[in-house]
Structures are given as structure tokens and as C-alpha cells.
Design a protein around this ligand. Sequence first.
Ligand SMILES: [Cu+2]
Length: 496
Amino acid sequence: MRVPSSVSSSGGLLDVVLTLEAASVVIDSMDLGIFTLNGTLPGPTLRIKPGDRLRIRFQNLLPAQPNARFGYVDESNLHFHGLHVPGDLPSDDTKLVVGPGGEFQYETVLPEYHMPGTNWIHPHRHGSSALQVGGAAALALIVDDAPGSLPEEVANAEEVLLVVQDLALQELSRIAQQSGDSLVWSAPAGNPPDLLLINGEHMPEIAATPGRWQRWRVIFAGWRNVGRSALNFAVDGCTMQLLAKDGMYISDFPRSIQLAPIPAGGRADVMVKCPSPSSRYRVTSGETLIGFVDTSAVPVSSSELSSWSPVLPDYMQDLQTTPASEGCSCETEVEEASINGVPFSEDTVLHETFLGAVVERKIDTGGHPYHQHFYPFQLVDGFRSEDFFHLGDWHDTFMSDGLTREPVTVRYKTTFIAGEMMLHCHRLDHEDRGSMAFETISPTGSACSCSARALDTGNIVIIAVAVSAAVCVVIAVFGFCFWRRRSPRRADVGPE
Ligand SMILES: [Cu+2]
């Protein structure tokens, strides 16, 4: 299987250029025009450590399409999916718009206590995220573990990165046509198949030694449901022990699972061991074959995995028995083109919280993968106990997918990062249509609100009045000067 190129931080800094650009690829003898980060499918893997500075010069090299229907198919930005970093510039602010030919330098610092794990980066321009992420700009962003922090069997295991992408050729062609993209996306006409790719390959072969544990980092760099559900990831005939979800270690490793139902945008780190030599095992999503594990001829024996719990950072302290702060428990219903009936607007706040609050959300996902930026949330109530989902687990992307009764209750504590936090459906065509909102986290306040409201326009009115007054003064002064200058000239030339 292909392994994406990789670049790691050094001396506390990861300083890279990421370009969003069109590229041509051939998959299963089909010529495809796709979106890429740095020209490859997927983009290069970025590796960083807690406490490091991440500096990304993002360059939008897409061709300008000024006549495209909605006017933003050539605009973009980046989202650091899974990082616990501020949501305002120059950090992870998805309101930023970088036009074709434009660039922006992102810079953010991971806290020293950041949870190590498997995350990813993708474009997030409201209105064009489905086409750009679906087709297929994404890369893995790994926050590496400190030496000595993992159990030996995990630390010493061979790492296998799987960036799973859902190249739905017909659906993406329809979205490209709707959004007026005529220069980047292209796929065969007719009825080309949907392709579930791993590291840019269709049905790759993963090499393994029989009997030896591997650490698989599975990223579903997805933008829609697969069929009607999550990526139902399984390796038939092999042992899977869950290690982490959405870039956060579980507290009861090892947890035996048969299936990892990863919603679009989600991740799962799984220890995988296949038993027999010279054998082929199927990697599947539901009924769909997406790859193979091919084992070598000589088996080895390896010890069982021992129990292990991570040190949890402040923003992941257990909240199962901690009630929400007064007024901070709100309902959130995710819909096709709105949240709680309100379509996305940069001027509308969905919920309001404050630093230090214990926030509770009762989320009705209804088949829509719910994603929160920079504050992950803990599953607290509303779950049937399944292997993959335990009460107390943490996620940043969650879809009930028939495994829960709705609504599900989640909690998180707003520890240190204030500002605007995006939340949205990770079926990105829904996000593009308005299934997104943000809540504000006040650095100084002490009250929550569950009611959507327009942003305070008081300051805007004051600024508008001040600007109008200044313009009036300038016009008056200019008029007076003009009159003074014209008058003598008339006088000068008069006698002639
Ligand atoms: Cu949705």
C-alpha cells in the first residue's frame, strides 16, 4: 500500500507550505480531475508534538472561476480537524476566505498538554467544502506521543496509516455542476462507481506479519455517509483492539471490537493482529470490500496487550457525574440545511457559554454526523452499550447511526480557549447548505444562553455613525477649500 510522504516538526516548529491545487489522477483506468493538497492524493502527512508551533503558509492555487454560479468554488481555507487550538486567526478560523491566487499564513501553538493522536486537515470554505474535501483535498495530521508514554506493545508496533476517502464520482460531478465548477473536477460521464480509497489507492494490499500487532491509524476523511451510515470499518478474521477515537485515547484500552463505525470526519486507532501466515484478509466497510491484508510466510508470537489508561488533559476531565453549569444545557438538532432550524449565518450565534462552564448538549443527530471544532465532547447518556461506544468516551465527531436513542447527551468543559466555536454536520453538502452554526465562549461572562440570536450590532451602529460623521466633515472641509481656491482664481482672471 502507498504511504503518503511525511514531514515532522523539529525544534518545536513545523513550518510548511500547503497548496490547494487541481491535479489529474488515474484510478481503475479512469482519468479524474481532483482537488489536492500539495498535488498528491492524499496530501503529505504532518507530524507534530504537543507544545509545538504549527505554521502553514496556505496557498490557493485553484484557477479563478469568477462566473461560477455561487462565486466561491475557487475560494478556500483550512481546518485543523481534531486540534485543541483557538478558532480565530491566525489559528483555525474557518470564516477565513482565501481567493484563487491568494494565500494566508496560519500559525498556532498546541498546548503542552494536547492529547496525542490521529487528526487531519481539510478545506472548510462554507459553500465549497463538499466538492473540495469530497474530491479529494485532505491530509493526515498526527500529534505524536512523548517517548515512554505508551505501553511497550503499542509504542513498538508498526504504524499503518489509512486515509480513507470517499470518491463518489457521480455525486461529486453533480455538486461540481451545481456549483459551477468547470475547471477542476472531472470524472467519466455515465455511471462511474463510487470509490472508497485508502491512501489514494482503490483496494490496496496492506502487508503484515502474522501474529504481530500493528497500530492502524484510520482516518475517515469523509464528507458524506457511506450508503446510509458511517464507514463500518472491519478486518475480517483479524483481531481488533480499540486504542483511540477521534485522536483521543480511550481510558479502558485494550477494548475488543469487531467493527469501527467511523462517521465522516471521525478517526479510530486500532491495534490489529492477523493470525495465519501467507493469507489474505478482507478489509471492509459493511458489504463493501475496500482493501486486503496480506500476511507473510513466517508467523511470530506476540504478547497480549496490557491494560493502559492515558493521562487526560484538562479539557478531557471526566464529566459524567458533573452536572452542567446553570443554564448551559441546550438542545441541538442537526438538520439538512440548518441547526435548530437556523441556517448558517456569520451574524447568528446559536449558543453562548463562558470559560469554565460545564456545557451539556442534547444532540439529535438523525443520521447527520455532528462535529465540534476545538472542544471535543464526552458521551454521557443516551447510548446502548456497544463495543465501539462506551459512556465516558470522547469524540469530536459523532453520529448515532442506530446505535443510540436520540437525543444523546454529551458534555465538555470550556477550559482555556474562548471565542467562536464552529459546530456542523460533517455531511459537507449539508454544511454547505447551512447545517452549521457557532457558539461563543465568553472569556469573562458567567451566563449561558440556548437561544439563537443575531450578533450584537451596537458597535456596528456606533462605527457606522462615526464613519458617516467623518465623511460629512471631510466633504464640508473639501467643499470649503474648493470654494476658497476657486474664488481668488475668478478674481485673478476677472480683469483680463
Ligand atoms: Cu447533515
